[in-house]
Design a protein. Structure first.
Lengths: 173, 454
């Protein structure tokens, strides 16, 4: 396996990094990823990522929960073992709303969160590639994959410094 | 002409940089426990052990160790259950509802409040297990095909709704709390060495903080907040259904769901206030949990206290207006009967005491805030005691009228929950960051002293 080589620009400020992302992308340089200590609003848009749509898995898992809960209450009380309580309906729908609601929320929350973990490749045994250890503290690290760019590395380094990177390092993975 | 609008107080004082935030909050996770922490933890564990002994005795001997009698079949156990569940609600309120309302001041207190939620819900659940008498049969509350016949649980029963509501609430709260912790656990991982690096590394799930991950993470947090908001309202609504769907005078009132939810927020904020006032001093976090935070919490305490005050008066009015003599008697008996002192305690602690926060000086006074928060929690305990015991102790048959006196079993089991709660809270505050570092950093630029001249 060939080693992958990245150029990592370190920034101190969210506004500078936001500006730098736009300038670098307009030059036609592809950015691998920008690592931040906290969520920077609009950075995903500046990097050209699609709007996250975690509502889709949340809805799908939620509707599954609704159906399962409805089937559970309907089958147990209405079909499997109907109980005659004062001659009332075997399956009065309003009294089952709490169960249906709770299971909808439960499945939506867990389904969406585990979809998120799966999409992002997060898990307890994952060994992350850390481009700069300070990116979970106070620095913004912009990683540029040299294999995916045609621009020479010295040019990228110079340009990173120009757009406000405080340090420019090379990281081999 | 120019109009100058009053600028909000800074959320983070002391001109902190991003690195300062990391240092200030990681410090207590990384250093050896302090003497104060050890003493407080030891006391909690002792209370837990003492109370735990009483819980075991309750299970061994049966519910006879409590002061229950033929007429009063629910007393301290359910009072404690509702009290703890109510306290738990503040955590979700702060993290979910205030997130939806874009209240940035929540960032410094949401982590500890959510942890408090989880521990409070566990305390509440412990009273359900105690009340079952035979906790090893607790699984009978789940919809399992019963091996003793094909009987299922009755999904029409509010007690079964409670099982679903509380367990969903607990699971989703844990998930929300854990997802909030992941970025901060990664921060600790990147500073740690040795075994701690391995543990925090596994817990942080390999988080790196890429922009794409953050974008999805924010989306997940927002949707979880959107799911938790109706969830938290549903939980106390369903707890109130335990009473409201019954036919006991004083219980079957339609005002219960909103009134219980307001009361839950009220007591929960008081408990958060107590915990934060101690935490900010012990961990030297005065720059993050400022007087502005304390003042805002006190405003919510006054608002929700007044809402429950209105609910108390409405209940009385509706009882009189209903024309049902049993209903009327239940309320007259509450206020003037043999348990009048609990009604007075409730009114004084919940409705009158928070009114001192109309004065800015008192609202920003740490001692007053702490004392009132304790008083509010006592008052909210009285509220549940009033609802449960005063409605039961004089039933339809005057020959079975009685009084309720707690026995050591009641007190010991209640102490157990305190021991458990504080033991968990101290462990949390030692091993996990008590303030959400990533979220504080995100608001730092717009609302810290240093950068405000931008």
């Amino acid at each position: 396996m060939t080693d992958k080589k990245y150029i990592v620009g370190i920034f101190n400020d969210e506004d500078v990094v936001m500006d730098a992302v736009q300038k670098i992308r307009s030059k036609g340089i592809k950015i691998h990823e920008v690592f931040c200590p906290y969520p920077v609003h609009g950075l995903d848009h500046a990097l050209g990522y699609e709007r996250p749509r975690m509502g889709v898995p949340a809805f799908l898992f939620g509707i599954t929960g609704t159906c399962l809960a409805f089937l559970l209450t309907f089958w147990t009380l209405g079909i499997d073992w109907p109980m005659n309580i004062g001659g009332k309906n075997f399956f009065p729908f309003p009294t089952n709303i709490p169960i249906v609601f709770e299971l909808t929320v439960l499945l939506a929350a867990f389904g969406m969160s585990f979809t998120f973990f799966f999409m992002e490749g997060l898990g307890p045994s994952v060994k992350p590639i850390i481009f700069d250890i300070r990116s979970t503290d106070d620095k913004f690290a912009m990683a540029i994959d040299l294999n995916k760019n045609t621009v020479s590395d010295s040019e990228i380094k110079a340009f990173l410094s120009e757009v406000g990177a405080k340090e420019v390092n090379v990281k081999e993975v | 002409m120019s109009v100058v609008s009053p600028i909000r107080e800074h959320l983070v004082t002391g001109g902190k940089t991003y690195h300062d935030v990391t240092e200030d909050i990681c410090r207590h996770v990384e250093s050896k426990p302090t003497k104060e922490w050890k003493i407080a933890f030891a006391i909690s564990v002792l209370v837990l052990l003492y109370g735990g002994g009483w819980v075991l005795w309750t299970w061994w001997e049966g519910l006879g160790v409590w002061g229950l009698n033929k007429t009063v079949g629910w007393a301290w156990d359910i009072t404690n259950f509702v009290w703890w569940v109510g306290i738990g609600h503040a955590g979700t309120l702060i993290s979910a509802i205030l997130l939806l309302f874009r209240q940035k001041w929540r960032t410094s207190i949401n982590r500890a409040a959510e942890a408090m939620t989880i521990f409070a819900v566990l305390c509440a659940a412990s009273f359900i297990l105690m009340h079952m008498g035979r906790p090893w049969l607790a699984y009978w509350a789940l919809p399992l095909p019963n091996t003793f016949g094909s009987l299922w649980v009755n999904f029409n029963s509010p007690l079964v709704w409670d099982v679903f509501a509380i367990s969903t609430y607990f699971s989703v709260s844990c998930l929300f709390w854990f997802i909030g912790l992941i970025p901060d656990l990664a921060t600790i991982r990147d500073r740690a060495t040795g075994i701690r690096k391995t543990i925090y590394g596994a817990l942080s799930l390999g988080w790196t903080g890429g922009a794409k991950t953050w974008a999805r993470y924010e989306d997940v947090s927002l949707i979880l907040a959107g799911l938790s908001t109706p969830l938290v309202l549903s939980v106390h609504t369903i707890v109130s259904f335990d009473f409201a769907t019954s036919v006991i005078p004083g219980w079957h009132t339609t005002i219960f769901p909103p009134y219980f939810v307001a009361g839950a927020i009220f007591s929960g904020f008081a408990m958060v206030q107590n915990l934060m006032l101690v935490t900010r001093v012990v961990y030297k976090l005065e720059d993050y949990i400022t007087l502005e935070h304390i003042s805002l919490m006190n405003k919510i305490i006054t608002l929700t206290g007044s809402i429950v005050g209105v609910a108390y008066i409405t209940e009385f009015f509706i009882a009189a207006y209903s024309g049902v003599e049993y209903e009327k008697y239940a309320f007259i008996n509450r206020a003037t009967g043999p348990l009048w002192w609990s009604y007075f305690g409730m009114m004084f602690c919940n409705v009158m005491s928070p009114q001192v926060f109309w004065f800015k000086k008192l609202r920003e006074n740490i001692v007053v805030s702490f004392v009132i928060a304790v008083v509010v929690n006592i008052g909210m305990w009285f509220e549940r005691f009033v609802i449960i015991v005063t409605s039961l102790h004089r039933d339809y048959l005057p020959s079975s009228w009685t009084y309720f006196t707690p026995r050591m079993g009641d007190i010991g089991d209640y102490l157990f929950s305190f021991g458990f709660f504080f033991t968990c809270f101290f462990l949390f505050s030692k091993f996990l960051p008590v303030i959400n570092m990533a979220e504080v950093k995100a608001v730092l630029k717009s609302s810290s002293e240093k950068k405000s001249n931008h």
